[in-house]
Design a protein around this ligand. Structure first.
Ligand code: FHN
Length: 485
């Protein structure tokens, strides 16, 4: 080793040591920011490192399906329009509760075709899906032996979930079961426990909840995880010990089971993050219809973002009003999620007959067409700590180390400015997708380049460039004399 190289190696090793020390100190400092000992807090500091969670982390794109009785009225009752989220229609003053609760008597989705749904999701590029087994209304899409309020008592009289799991499994799409703890149908359900009677009734509800969850895992053992919702009620928040024990039990039924931060609160009623600020569950589940902007916003945690196509409709509403997202908007959110180490999940709300609405089918088709040629900028990809540029997002492939440049704001000059951190060498760069041609790489400044895209590049859709890089020797890179500072 010559002297100069030795110096660099030594400096790097020293910096790495210093950095890991700072990091370790940071984690310690974080851990000791509050020194509360918790019995029902977070079970782990930092990310899960097992293979199953590695698969989750690399999904990139998922599909959410909200389907239940609310799809029958589809946001209308008695000629009146409900402006809230369709799946909440039962809580609307204009909706007679008994009429809603009788809807199961007409639940008979003749067009339900799980294989076609799964094929569409596959073509869209989804690697996982989340299905509402039971939403807040309490109606179960599987024949639960613990309630009569299920498909088994409807004219359809068949399991919805089983064939869906089978169809998605067959397409290689992992299935996650959405489950609302809040249940407007169960007699023991309470949002608050104000009396002795409430407490007694709620004990029955807890047992019912446990039974249903264990039943789901027993019926559908290929389930990869549970996606919880409706866990914000005071009554549930007070059940830290019960929920903690139940979580352990569920995890023992399906080893590797993935559960996000919405399931349980700690003993002080803290949700998502415990009293010490540590994440509860395997990933952060707080990004609903909103996204982080900077890597600092996700605190080093895994996370997903679940997104509606119109502003706030999950279940089927026949009359979408207001802004409806385009496929390019959703693609941009998906790429942004990948660039910040998260998964992106697009919601679908089939109608009461089991038809996927045409607007959602179009989204699935357009996202799928883009993914067909550009998915390598999303799957297996995560954050890259390069300075954010105005033209779009960088993602880095965790398996190949390649850097992807996903361009949403196409510069009028046709040239992209790329600022590369010191010590990085660009080895090659390719335009992927339907575009082709040679890219001009011009070093305009130390560690700064202009990439000229070929004439005729189709930029009506986001353009992806894949860059191979090597972590080289900063001292020898570049054609410019280094300024002596
Ligand atoms: O109230 C629900 C809503 O209907 C929908 O299911 C979303 C999906 O994330 N979750 C709840 C609100 O957080």
């Amino acid at each position: 080793m010559n002297n100069r190289k030795y110096k660099i190696t030594f400096t790097c090793a020293f910096l790495a040591l210093l950095f890991s020390g700072v990091l370790a100190y940071g984690q310690q400092a974080n851990r000791h920011r509050s020194s509360v000992t918790l019995e029902h807090g977070s079970k782990r500091l930092g990310k899960r490192t097992d293979p199953m969670m590695g698969v989750w982390r690399n999904y990139g794109l998922g599909q959410f399906i909200h389907w239940g009785l609310y799809a029958i009225p589809g946001g209308h009752w008695d000629g009146k329009y409900y402006s809230g989220a369709a799946e909440w229609i039962r809580s609307w003053n204009e909706m007679p509760k008994n009429a809603y609760d009788e809807l199961y008597k007409v639940f008979d989705p003749k067009a339900y075709d799980p294989k076609a749904w799964a094929k569409q999701a596959k073509d869209m590029g989804a690697k996982y899906m989340i299905i509402t087994t039971k939403h807040h209304d309490g109606f179960c899409l599987w024949p639960s032996q613990y309630t009569d309020y299920s498909v088994a008592k409807s004219p359809y009289n068949k399991d919805i979930i089983g064939p869906m799991v089978e169809a998605y499994d067959a397409e290689g799409i992992d299935v996650y079961l959405y489950f609302s703890v809040m249940d407007w149908n169960h007699p023991g359900y309470r949002s608050k426990l104000e009396t002795k009677e409430d407490e007694e009734a709620y004990e029955g509800f807890k047992e019912f909840t446990r039974n249903q969850l264990l039943e789901l895992l027993a019926f559908y053992p290929s389930t990869k995880g549970l996606w919880f919702d409706g866990t914000w009620d005071q009554a549930w928040i007070q059940q830290a010990a019960f929920a903690d024990e139940l979580e352990e039990e569920m995890r023992s039924v399906i080893p590797g089971l993935i559960i996000g931060s919405r399931f349980r609160a700690d003993e002080n009623g803290k949700r998502h993050f415990d009293t010490n600020g540590d994440l509860m569950g395997d990933y952060e589940q707080g990004w609903e219809r909103k996204m982080p902007n900077r890597i600092e916003d996700v605190n080093g945690n895994d996370w997903d973002c679940v997104m509606t196509v119109p502003e706030n409709q999950w279940g089927y509403h026949s009359d979408w009003k207001g802004h409806v997202k385009s496929s390019v908007e959703l693609i941009e959110m998906m790429v942004k999620a990948a660039s910040l180490d998260g998964n992106f999940v697009i919601n679908f709300g089939p109608d009461g007959q089991g038809n996927i609405r045409p607007e959602e089918s179009l989204i699935a088709k357009e996202v799928g067409e883009w993914m067909e040629s550009n998915a390598e900028a999303v799957y297996d990809c995560g954050y890259l700590d390069w300075e954010k540029q105005d033209w779009g997002y960088y993602t880095r492939n965790r398996k190949t180390g390649n850097v992807n440049l996903v361009v949403f704001n196409y510069p009028a000059s046709g040239k992209l400015r790329v600022k590369v951190p010191k010590g990085i060498k660009i080895q090659g760069i390719d335009l992927i997708g339907t575009n082709g041609g040679t890219i001009d790489l011009e070093e305009i400044h130390r560690d700064e380049y202009f990439l000229g895209l070929p004439k005729g590049t189709d930029h009506t859709k986001p353009v992806v460039l894949v860059m191979k890089i090597v972590e080289g020797d900063a001292e020898v890179q570049g054609v410019y004399e280094k300024a002596k500072i």
